[in-house]
Structure formats: C-alpha cells, structure tokens
Design a binder for this molecule. Structure first.
Ligand SMILES: [Fe+2]
Length: 506
C-alpha cells in the first residue's frame, strides 16, 4: 500500500545491522555465462548506536555489500560492516565513540570528547572501494575523502587493517618553499584531505590522487600535491605547490597527460575546525568567487593555474586527450542532513538537480570555455545527472555515453528517480530507466567480452523498491536501458555511495 508520494524512500536512512556471507540469490532469468566477477559497493549501514545518533548522512557507519558472479549462472550476496577502529570502539561502548565526523551527533559530544575526536581524526571510510594491483600484489581498499584507508578482503569483505600511507617527498616540477619542512614530515602540516575517487593513470597500473596539506605554522603556506599511487602504501609526489587556502574537493579529472584539480571557493577554515571539531561547519562557501583549476602535467610535474566560474562539483566524469573535462555542478551537501532526508516534506523541497557541464582548457591561451549539452526532447532532465558511470574501457578515449542518476525527474518529488543514459554526441539518443517508487543508486557498467560498441554491456544497479520495502539488484541492458534480470536481496540496503566491479574477483 502506497502511503506517500515517495513511499519507502526513508528506508535508505534506516540502520540495517544484518550481515551475510555468500547468501545465494535467485535471478528471474538465466545469467549470461560471461558475467563473471564481483561488484563491491561501499555506503551507509548504521545511523545510531545506543542513545547517540548521527545528524548527517555522510557520517553513517560504513557497510560493504557485494554481488559475486562465478560464471556458471549462480550468484551470491554478502554484506558486512567495515570493522574500523571507530565502529568497533562504538559497538563495544554501545555509543558513538568520539571520532571526527562530518557533522555533530545528538546528544552532542562534550568538550573533552570533541578534543578526543580531533586527536583520533576521521576513521569512517564509507564512500568508495578500489583495487591496487601490480606484478606482486593485489589489494582492496575502502576510501572516503581522506588520506587514510582501510584494507579489506575482497572475497569475504572482512576488514584487514587501516593504512595511512607515508606522505612522499616532493618530486620533479615541485615549487617548494625553502623554509618548509618535508611535506608530511609531521610537524607543521595537517595532511589528511584527499580524494574518494582516485583515477587510473593512463598506460600504467598506477592511480592518481591529490593531497591537501594545511599549514599550522604562521608564514608557511598550505600545499596541494598531486600524488601517484603505486600500491596501498607506496606513493610518489608528481607535483606540489603552495595555495593560500585549501579547497574541499571530492574528485578530479585526468587525461593521458594531465590532471585537472578544481579548487572551488569552498575553503577549509582551520580555526573553526579546531574550535568545533565539525568539518562540515568548518567549510566556508564564497558565492561570488571563481574556481581555480590547477592543471598538472603528469610527466613533468609542471603546474598551470586557470580560472573558471563559481561552481560546486562533487563528481568529475571523465576526460579525453583533447583537453575536455565534463563534470557535474550542484550544491547538494547541506541538504543531506538525516532530519531532512527522513522528512517526506523537507526532502522533496531542496534543489536536487545537478548539471552536466564541459570545461575546455586551451593549453595555448590558458582560457577555460564552459559548455552545456543540448536537452533531450524526450528526457529533458538527462543533463541533470550525478553519480556518473562510464564504460571504463573508454576512460581515455573519445567516450560518448554516461550513465547517471537524476533525482526528481518531475521536479516534484523523489518518487521519480531515473537512471539516464546520456549521449554526448546526440541528445535525441538519450535514454532513461525508471520505475515508480523504485530508487536506484549508482550503476556500474560491465562490458560484454568482445563487444565492439561502447554501450555493449550490462549495468548492475542496486534498487530500493519503496512499495514492497525490499532491495533488489537490477541488471539493465546498457544499449536499450531495459531491465533484463533482477534478484531480490534478503534485506533492505541503506543508501550506497560508490563501488566497482572487479572482473578477476570471484
Ligand atoms: Fe563520490
């Protein structure tokens, strides 16, 4: 029975403490034999412990979910919390332990607990999952927007260890303050803000990320660094440069030769951070300030600075060798407090739409051109996507298709959420998948082996069915955007953020 316009949406923000190992799941139709590997997704699992509650969605305790396809037509599902120090400490106290959070808890920590949380720092890695692989190692790590990570067992989702990689010394092309101590040498800098979205470095098994180092020493400037991830613990600095203020960044872009970091006018206020121990309240937004783009050459470490419009972006999508950088722009963070998302009136009132934009940086003039995409006549909301996915085989090619979520496609309520397929070449080819009262999260594109077209593959999409109050995994034909298979899950999955499909893990 439908009880409201976005019936069941609140289940995304209800704790689910159930855990399972390789629970067999039954699909409605036979699975293709070529579908082999494991989709692991990271996200939120629990919003309170004992009498204390989180107030912001981003603080939900990390919980991992996986779907394993062994290639013989069968599949299984696993769910497990990330047993971080923070989670284990909280469970043992039957209270949310004092660690640094995005926003306050209720009841609030006392002053001593706030100090404890500043000392312990961030420990809840609930955003993404990656595999770092080279000739000798294959390791799985879970991430948030921080330098620290947790290693997990990709097969059974068990938590293995926390890893805080040594911060590398500066390398080629680095503009370095002669009086500064070595970066991350401990004294004088807080080096903990990084990206939940490392990018594969073209032609290598490495990944790229950034690191923000906040100076605590008067007269010494803050620094930004572009970092090469060689393995979980081995990093090297491609370039480091001084900045007046440290901007919050969640993701960035890379081409074959460049990385582009968009420093939005959303700056860390260190004094506020120390006083309040609440990072969310310690970010200052400037309505009329421009965004600075740092373009870093991956081989030389040379950094150039460019200016573009005032924008807030969570997700860069991908870039091509021809210097293009499409990304989304919106300012959704302040609206993701749990009290808003659990309120059927308030959650339908905030502006939920992103906007797809392309930033073209002219390497000769340094100018930045911003372009929008044509609206689809059939799916006019298609350009408002977020949580983007692509065929990763096209990451550094002239890609055409983006799969992403659009909330409130009717601009009225969250009952209408679409998974759109954006055609960057021809908006009249845009497509969309949606089911009333069914709420998809981020999709992952699995290419069909031997497929010659960019969109020849399947989308794996966890969906919350608000009417039947259950979660299921949808397998969607990426060419047609039609559902081809579904499997119910044994319990509802709270909101999931990001994940990846690992073809060699099953
Ligand atoms: Fe993200």
């Amino acid at each position: 029975m439908c009880r409201g316009q976005d019936d069941g949406f609140d289940l995304f923000f209800v704790s689910s403490t159930s855990e399972v190992d390789d629970y067999p799941i039954q699909f409605t139709d036979p699975l293709p034999k070529w579908l082999r590997g494991t989709l692991i997704r990271n996200g939120l699992g629990r919003f309170e412990i004992g009498k204390r509650n989180f107030t912001h969605t981003f603080d939900g305790f990390a919980k991992l979910h996986s779907w394993k396809f062994v290639g013989n037509g069968s599949a299984s599902f696993s769910a497990k919390f990330l047993y971080s120090d923070f989670y284990r400490d909280s469970v043992s106290r039957n209270d949310i332990a004092p660690y640094l959070l995005f926003q306050t808890v209720t009841p609030a920590f006392n002053e001593f607990q706030k100090l404890e949380s500043l000392v312990r720092g961030i420990d809840n890695m609930n955003v993404n999952v990656y595999q770092f692989k080279n000739e000798s190692t294959s390791e799985y790590f879970v991430f948030s927007d921080y330098w620290k990570m947790y290693e997990i067992n990709g097969i059974n989702l068990a938590t293995k260890r926390s890893v805080t990689p040594p911060v590398p010394a500066p390398s080629i092309g680095t503009k370095w303050h002669p009086a500064a101590p070595p970066m991350g040498g401990g004294f004088g800098f807080l080096s903990f803000l990084s990206s939940a979205h490392p990018l594969p470095e073209y032609g290598t098994s490495n990944f790229l990320t950034f690191l923000s180092s906040i100076s605590l020493v008067p007269g010494i400037k803050n620094r930004m660094s572009l970092i090469r991830i060689i393995s979980g613990e081995k990093r090297e600095a491609i370039a480091s440069w001084e900045v007046d203020r440290v901007a919050y960044m969640h993701s960035f872009s890379a081409t074959q030769n460049y990385a582009a970091l968009f420093a939005m006018p959303f700056y860390v206020n260190v004094e506020k951070m120390v006083l309040t121990a609440e990072p969310f309240d310690s970010l200052d937004w400037y309505d009329n300030a421009n965004t600075t783009i740092y373009l870093v050459h991956l081989k030389t470490g040379h950094v150039t600075k460019h200016t573009t419009e005032n924008l807030f972006t969570m997700h860069h999508i991908t870039s091509t060798p021809s210097k293009q950088t499409p990304l989304r722009s919106s300012s959704i963070c302040p609206h993701l407090e749990l009290k808003i998302l659990r309120d059927p009136v308030r959650r339908n009132q905030f502006p939920a739409h992103a906007l797809l934009k392309r930033f073209y940086i002219d390497l000769v003039t340094g100018n930045v051109d911003v372009t929008l995409f044509n609206a689809s006549p059939v799916y006019p909301y298609a350009n408002m996507l977020d949580m983007p996915a692509i065929n990763e085989k096209y990451r550094y090619k002239d890609y055409r298709h983006i799969y992403g979520l659009v909330l409130k496609t009717n601009d009225v309520n969250l009952d209408q959420i679409a998974l759109v397929k954006k055609d960057l070449y021809n908006s009249s080819n845009d497509k969309a998948w949606s089911e009333g009262h069914c709420y998809p999260v981020e999709a992952w594109f699995v290419p069909r082996p031997g497929g010659q077209k960019e969109d020849d593959g399947l989308l794996l999409v966890p969906v919350l069915d608000g009417i039947h109050r259950k979660s299921y995994l949808a397998i969607i034909n990426a060419t047609t955007m039609a559902t081809v298979n579904t499997a119910d899950l044994p319990f509802v999955i709270p909101y999931g953020l990001h994940g990846r499909f690992f073809a060699d893990l099953f």
